[in-house]
Design a protein around this ligand. Structure first.
Ligand code: NCD
Ligand code: ZN
Ligand code: ZN
Length: 427
């Protein structure tokens, strides 16, 4: 054994006082008593699986004044995540084998946590999808316009499903219907206008189209950031190959409360009413939703402070996601079972990485948490380059330790490895 770790460990849905034996970065054995030369006893602290975030925008390459892979992945590490999956709306967009390979090489030098990449599906790279599939962790399709999106025409959805289904990689969707967005578009002065420009109807239309055109397809289809009650309703009886995610901002914030008319909360799809928020939160609680994904979309304070109509859409969230929900578990608002499934096990299984669960054979990725160790989220304490958070002053529980592949990444809230520790988890 290279390392043994003792603590109150979350295994198969409950806590056990036991020891993990770690060899070559994997959990090799789980036993009541086990001790090698390198042994850490965390006493009554909780040992939980590290989180897996299926949806981040680390802006690297091309917009590294907002974030880069080093700062974004450091934020992920401090937030208790061991693995992140980065979206293709960078500059250049990740639509060719060349741009994908460049991203993999660059992130390999910069990342603090393990990582994967999606390739964007555009109309001009359909011939390259097969080659891309050999390297990427999944595909991303944007059915509506958002920050630097590669718009895809829904009329070609059936055809693209046919093509991709043979490739064995998941397809993720930004589900807002472009035609509907265009119809409702207006000059926006505040969050209410943004909500009217992007009504839930646009999400509904898009989800219906995805459900319809993916009929008979066995590929994993994942609908990102479901934001409305209507969208959730449509997904209630979805087939087993269709999964969906909800973000912390859509399930914890609503426009009547919490925020005024600040462009800092401008995001796509929009934050909606408290009724939507509650429906989404209940769907997290009762198991209708597969994952919580951050959609970490950093823009600088200056950019966000622009006049409302010109301010970019997106909010950061990779560092605060797990700590915010850990606090809600502490307050008995959510169960540990749901939390671990939503943040760790389901995302890992959906994207196909051996992480997200403390189990023999999986990567030794775990965090150490003391539920008494409660703090308030402060922008100044966070590690994203963007320097702000929509959850300023919210209570949270941050992990004291984070382990990835059996290596101590964070100890007593200090980073222990250098950038480049993180590994690509794809082919
Ligand atoms: C994202 C971004 O800024 O990259 N913005 C957002 O409002 N969510 C893009 C996206 O996920 O739609
Ligand atoms: Zn999106
Ligand atoms: Zn996104």
């Amino acid at each position: 054994m290279d390392l043994t770790v003792e603590g109150k460990t979350y295994i198969n849905g409950s806590f056990e006082n036991c020891c993990l034996g770690i060899k070559n970065g994997k959990i090799a054995i789980v036993k009541k008593i086990l001790k090698c030369d390198d042994h850490i006893d965390f006493g009554s602290k909780l040992v939980l699986p590290a989180g897996v975030d299926l949806h981040v925008h680390f802006r690297d390459p091309g917009m590294t004044h907002k974030e880069d892979f080093s700062t974004g992945s450091k934020a992920a590490a401090f937030g208790g995540l061991s693995c992140v999956f980065d979206m293709p709306n960078t500059v250049p967009q990740t639509t060719s084998v060349r741009s994908l390979s460049d991203k993999i090489i660059s992130a390999g030098k910069k990342s603090f946590v393990d990582f994967g990449f999606y390739a964007g599906v555009a109309h001009d790279n359909l011939d390259e999808l097969e080659k891309l599939a050999k390297k990427c962790n999944g595909f991303k399709i944007y059915l509506g316009d958002t920050t630097l999106a590669l718009l895809f025409d829904k009329l070609n959805l059936k055809e693209v499903f046919k093509k991709i289904s043979a490739m064995g990689k998941p397809v993720l969707f930004h589900a807002e219907d472009e035609e509907c967005l265009i119809k409702n578009r207006s000059k926006e002065k505040n969050l209410g206008d943004h909500l009217h420009s992007r009504p839930s109807l646009c999400e509904e239309i898009s989800i219906k189209d995805i459900l319809e055109s993916s009929k008979g397809v066995n590929t994993r289809v994942h609908i990102c950031h479901v934001s409305s009650c209507e969208g959730m309703e449509l997904l209630r009886n979805r087939p087993a190959n269709i999964s969906c995610g909800i973000t912390p901002h859509h399930s914890l914030l609503s426009i009547e409360k919490d925020m005024g008319s600040s462009s800092f909360y401008k995001v796509n799809p929009p934050i909606r009413t408290s009724f939507d928020k509650e429906t989404l939160f209940n769907s997290l609680k009762n198991g209708f939703v597969d994952v919580i994904e951050s959609d970490h979309a950093p823009h600088t304070r200056d950019e966000k402070a622009n006049v409302f109509n010109d301010a970019p859409s997106g909010v950061p969230g990779v560092e605060t996601m797990y700590p915010l929900f850990l606090y809600l578990v502490k307050k008995d608002v959510l169960s540990f079972q749901r939390l671990i499934s939503l943040l760790c096990t389901r995302p890992a299984d959906i994207i196909g990485v051996p992480k997200g669960k403390i189990e023999v054979g999986r990567d030794a990725d775990f965090i150490v948490v003391d539920l008494k160790d409660e703090s308030r989220i402060k922008s100044d304490d966070l590690h994203s380059k963007c320097g702000w958070t929509p959850f300023e002053d919210w209570p949270a529980v941050f992990p004291s330790h984070v382990f990835v592949r059996g290596e101590k990444l964070i100890e007593d809230k200090e980073i222990q490895v250098s950038q480049g520790f993180g590994r690509f988890v794809g082919a």
